[in-house]
Ligand binder design. Structure first.
Ligand code: TXA
Ligand code: MG
Length: 365
């Protein structure tokens, strides 16, 4: 099978601008993508096919959430373990009523504030959701994405879409098509390209337990965002801690090694940036053939064989990190040292992904 490519990047299909000419919006060009192109993949979803599509966090591989045969194909395409449940994506609140038991007050508060957006809430599920979607759990993670293309795809298909991140299991999630085309081309019927994902790390996953919000996976919606609503918040110990074999976890995804380059990686963090640079330079000195992944402002401060730019702000790092983790093996370094971030705000999500990418190889100095 060859996947059919659908270009919904901004300006797709428009004539290129002459150098020095007016910008497209000055010229009055309609730069909104042509959403009618979504009708064909939406029909495919209805018919049990797989569609790779954008969301504001990362790309997803979607199938009709109520079609267990279609959902099984997602697991096969990704090489995903059967015990790791999928997130179900909806485009309006009516869809939720069919899928889950009545939300409680806190869940309602979260939806009112953060949907549509990068927040997945784990609810008690109704029977209509096939077991394969939830890996046999009696709960289901639901999210209403903010990205217009994902919402229109769901709306046009008329069904909720089960979708994990678009990547082979264990690899970093796909934030742009060029990063994942080689591993997923031919495994899905359609590939919808809308350029680079805005956020770059996957949605925050939470479960409401008693009167507290329990963070199972940190993301763009942060612990501090929940606290601002006056909610009690716990961060699961596996967000930064190591999974011990056979341990019981609240979210099966916590058990698996993720985002991992083949090259050995070490994550280093210090509150004091001068300290951090010093420490990493010492490591680079003691290890031949080292690559350092660093913030833009620190790039010229390292003596290492390869120096890669992760961006400066947490937002930039979040957007770039998966592409960099995918690229780093190309350098054939013997060791990759990565600058860590503070474990607050969006930094918690970045550190969660980096600690996993480094297989818990982490030092704080
Ligand atoms: O941003 C995202 O969430 C992206 C886009 C495509 O929406 N999706 C995504 O899906 O990251 P995936 O499958 O790569 O990650 C889903 C995570 C896994 O760690 C899984 O274990 C957890 O959510 N999860 C799903 N359903 C769950 C449930 N019922 N209880 C606990 N954890 C659940
Ligand atoms: Mg994933």
């Amino acid at each position: 099978m060859i996947s059919k490519y659908i270009d919904l990047t901004v300006g797709a299909g428009l004539a290129p601008l002459a150098k020095g000419g007016m910008s497209r919006s000055d010229r009055g060009d309609f730069i909104c993508p042509d959403y009618t192109k979504l009708e064909e993949p939406a029909k495919a979803i209805r018919e049990g096919k797989l569609v790779l599509f954008p969301t504001e966090t990362v790309y997803g591989i979607g199938a009709n959430a109520l079609d267990s045969e279609a959902v099984k194909r997602i697991f096969a395409a990704k090489g995903r373990k059967q015990d790791n449940p999928l997130i179900v994506h909806i485009s309006n609140m009516n869809m939720l009523t069919d899928l889950v038991e009545k939300p409680n007050e806190i869940e309602q508060k979260l939806m009112d504030k953060f949907w549509p957006g990068p927040l997945t809430i784990v609810f008690k599920k109704k029977k209509i959701i096939p077991d394969v979607v939830t890996a046999g759990l009696d709960t289901v993670g639901i999210r209403m994405p903010e990205n217009i293309i994902s919402r229109k795809l769901i709306e046009y298909s008329g069904v909720a879409i089960a979708a994990p991140s678009a990547n082979i299991s264990g690899r970093p999630s796909g934030t742009k098509i060029s990063d994942i085309i080689n591993e997923l081309n031919g495994k899905v019927e359609y590939i919808i390209d809308s350029g680079m994902a805005e956020i770059g790390v996957e949605s925050t996953v939470v479960r409401v337990l008693g009167n507290a919000v329990h963070i199972l996976r940190p993301g763009k919606i942060t612990k501090e965002d929940f606290e601002k609503l006056g909610l009690k918040v716990n961060v699961d110990k596996h967000v930064l801690g190591k999974y011990e074999n056979q341990e019981k976890v609240m979210s099966p995804g916590m058990k698996y090694r993720h985002y991992a380059p083949k090259t050995k990686c070490l994550l280093v963090y210090s509150k004091n940036e001068a300290n951090l640079i010093n420490e990493i330079n010492k490591i680079a000195e003691n290890n031949k053939n080292t690559a350092v992944i660093a913030k833009t402002r620190n790039l010229d401060k390292y003596n290492a064989e390869y120096i890669l730019d992760m961006g400066d702000t947490l937002e930039e790092i979040s957007r770039n990190i998966f592409t960099i983790l995918r690229k780093v093996d190309d350098y054939k370094a013997d060791l990759v040292v990565i600058e860590g971030a503070p474990q607050t705000g969006l930094g918690l999500a970045i550190m969660n992904r980096l600690i996993r990418a480094c297989d818990n190889n982490y030092i704080e100095c």
